[in-house]
Design a protein around this ligand. Structure first.
Ligand SMILES: Nc1ncnc2c1ncn2[C@@H]1O[C@H](COP(=O)(O)OP(=O)(O)OP(=O)(O)O)[C@@H](O)[C@H]1O
Length: 627
């Protein structure tokens, strides 16, 4: 375990932990190793200093201090274990639910936590001890409940951060259940901070418990406890100052050791949190697919109709419609911030809190946007799979490839043991990994960018999906690997009939892989057509601008053309044409009102969102500019 190895590199932490283990073992073995009974009095030898007979001396009643420390440890450490277990169990469960489920549940748990934190704990404890006739167990359980908010808050914050990682949404998209994700992906990634805060809390609880025992709460004299022994020593401080030393020192050393252990764990966790290296990031095509607004296309593998997305009331994607058929690829292209990823995430039902999705996402005849949660969850991974642009982030760094792939196979196909392993190797072979067994045994950080992307494609294929949404799958890869991944997607499509939605900035990739292209600008589709029409007869000035800005199409030696200005943010979308501000063909009418997406010719599947579509000759406009 990497955390343990990192911890062992910290000598102070190791000494502190060893000390705690030693004390705990000695306390457990008290009946065997204590030289005297903790209650055996010898009034002739009261308040004796350390000697060969009594290594740590005796107390007021001549009882052996070492034996009482060992027996008293059972009360003190036992109580600590009891309170800490309660705080840990409540804190972790509540923190996980709040951090991972979020929304209303998070609110309820956070408010309850705040109420607990504001409760005067010592008053509650005094009441509990009073009502329960000094019941030590009830006192420690109450202390555990009162202390649980500190673990709840740490767990919630860590779970919230991890649940926003791409590998968690990938696991959701690949169809894994929530409970499974929590146990397999969230928890293993947040143990570090939880353990650290538990160790710190241990020190705090021991201090509080020592104080309670000091005033004889939670312990029934003459039974020993460390806090009670400090109290005994304090009472005879003037006569025998030594008596307070063993119990006071031991209590202080154990609290310090707990803090040092927590420090060591925090440092080890920080070093252990290695982010996998970021992987790195064009170009054949087939006949056309279908598109357009109106009714969902029943023959399409995925049909999106009138999809609009808002975050906290602000619309970022407006009225997007497209279809993709089996064995076909739809490219969604546009500059950064145009809404490509939000469109994909909406289709996958992967938008976070505060989002609102309107419109239809029809898969297998079912509108997923209005389907029960169970149907949507089942469709993710098995029906619609997802490949992200950064495969390293999409894979959980804590598990080997085989374990991650195996888990998905187990879920989708209910295979176990050797059949599951065989399917995992088959998938790795299918995505072109030359040595599947070797790759299966590796952790994500041991994979190159290209290998990681192949593994994430294998994960996506585990559910034998009908549709694959690939969000810039080659952006993070170097140019030779980009070509290989595109070839792989093409081959897989040929073998399995996958419908692919490919999100990209790269027109080279579009030309290479797509049948149909949707050009997005500022939240809207501004042009949609088959790939030949887009490149040969663009009908929207933005599409023309994108093609002209492609370095491959530019004339050697002349400056690379670009589209002046920037994409407006959703808060600043104009009333009229969204592209108007940057368009060299704009007229006053362009900003008069919303521009509809309309066929460029009667009933043509080639559609553009431009009022001047009939009068502009954008095909030759590009040639003019290049010549
Ligand atoms: N969770 C969110 N909350 C609020 N606004 C968001 C959120 N996610 C995205 N947006 C906004 O939605 C718009 C579209 O973002 P999106 O990520 O879909 O763009 P994109 O075209 O995919 O860009 P890129 O190519 O850089 O990924 C942007 O203005 C972005 O700021």
């Amino acid at each position: 375990m990497r955390l343990a190895r990192e911890y062992l590199r910290r000598p102070l932490g190791v000494i502190a932990a060893a000390f705690l283990v030693l004390v705990a073992l000695a306390v457990i073995a008290a009946p065997l190793i204590a030289p005297y009974d903790q209650l055996r009095m010898d009034l002739g030898h009261s308040l004796a200093l350390p000697s060969a007979k009594h290594w740590l001396g005796t107390d007021r009643l001549g009882r052996d201090v070492l034996s009482r420390l060992l027996w008293g440890g059972r009360v003190s450490l036992g109580g600590l274990a009891e309170a800490l277990s309660v705080a840990f169990a409540i804190g972790v469960v509540a923190g996980l639910i709040a951090g991972y489920v979020g929304r209303g549940v998070d609110n309820a748990i956070s408010r309850t936590t705040e109420v607990l934190m504001a409760t005067p704990g010592i008053v509650v404890l005094l009441m509990v001890y009073g009502i329960s006739n000094n019941n030590a167990h009830l006192g420690m359980i109450t202390l555990g409940v009162l202390c649980s908010p500190s673990i709840t808050r740490v767990t919630r914050a860590a779970a919230r951060a991890v649940s926003q990682e791409v590998y968690i949404s990938s696991a959701e998209v690949l169809g894994m259940g929530r409970l499974r994700i929590v146990f397999d992906h969230v928890l293993p990634n947040i143990w570090g901070p939880i353990i650290v805060s538990t160790a710190v809390l241990g020190a705090v609880i021991l201090g509080i418990q020592g104080g309670l025992n000091y005033i004889n709460l939670g312990v029934n004299p003459p039974a020993a406890s460390w806090g009670g022994m400090v109290s005994d020593g304090q009472r005879v401080l003037a006569q025998q100052p030594w008596l307070i030393v063993p119990s006071g020192l031991l209590l202080t050393l154990v609290i310090m050791a707990l803090m040092l252990t927590a420090d060591g764990l925090r440092d080890a966790t920080a070093s252990n949190r290695s982010r996998p290296a970021r992987a790195q990031a064009a170009a054949a095509r087939k006949p056309s697919a279908q598109a357009g607004a109106g009714q969902a296309d029943a023959s399409a593998a995925l049909s999106v109709r009138g999809l609009s997305v808002s975050f906290s009331g602000l619309e970022v994607v407006r009225n997007v419609s497209f279809d993709v058929r089996d064995g076909r690829t739809l490219g969604i292209v546009g500059e950064s911030g145009c809404g490509k990823s939000v469109t994909a995430s909406a289709a996958l039902d992967q938008l976070g809190p505060g989002s609102r999705i309107d419109g239809e996402v029809v898969f297998g005849g079912v509108d997923l946007n209005h389907a029960p949660r169970r149907v949507r969850a089942r469709t993710r991974g098995a029906g619609i799979a997802y490949v992200s642009q950064d495969p390293m982030v999409a894979l959980d760094p804590c598990f080997t490839v085989e374990s991650q792939l195996g888990e998905l196979i187990g879920r989708h196909e209910r295979l176990r043991g050797s059949r599951r392993r065989a399917r995992a190797l088959e998938l790795l072979r299918q995505v072109g990994l030359p040595n599947p067994a070797d790759t299966a045994a590796r952790y994500p950080h041991q994979l190159s960018g290209g290998m990681a992307q192949r593994v994430s494609i294998a994960c996506a294929l585990a559910g034998r999906p009908r549709v694959l949404i690939a969000d810039e799958p080659t952006t993070a890869l170097d140019v030779t690997i980009q070509g290989e991944i595109l070839d792989l997607l093409r081959t897989l499509q040929g073998e399995t009939g996958l419908a692919i939605v490919l999100i990209t900035h790269d027109l080279g990739v579009v030309a290479d892989l797509c049948d149909r292209v949707a050009v997005m600008y500022a939240g809207e589709i501004v042009e949609i057509a088959d790939v030949e029409s887009i490149f040969d007869r663009p009908a929207h000035p933005y599409t023309r601008g994108l093609i002209d800005s492609n370095p491959i199409a530019s004339k050697r030696g002349s400056p690379l053309p670009s589209i002046p200005g920037a994409v407006p943010s959703p808060a600043n979308w104009p009333i009229g044409c969204h592209f108007g501000e940057r368009c060299r063909f704009r007229t006053p009418q362009c900003s008069a009102g919303p521009v509809p997406l309309a066929p460029v010719a009667d009933a043509s599947p080639h559609q553009a969102r431009c009022i001047r579509v009939g009068e502009l000759d954008l095909a030759s406009a590009g040639q003019e500019r290049r010549s």
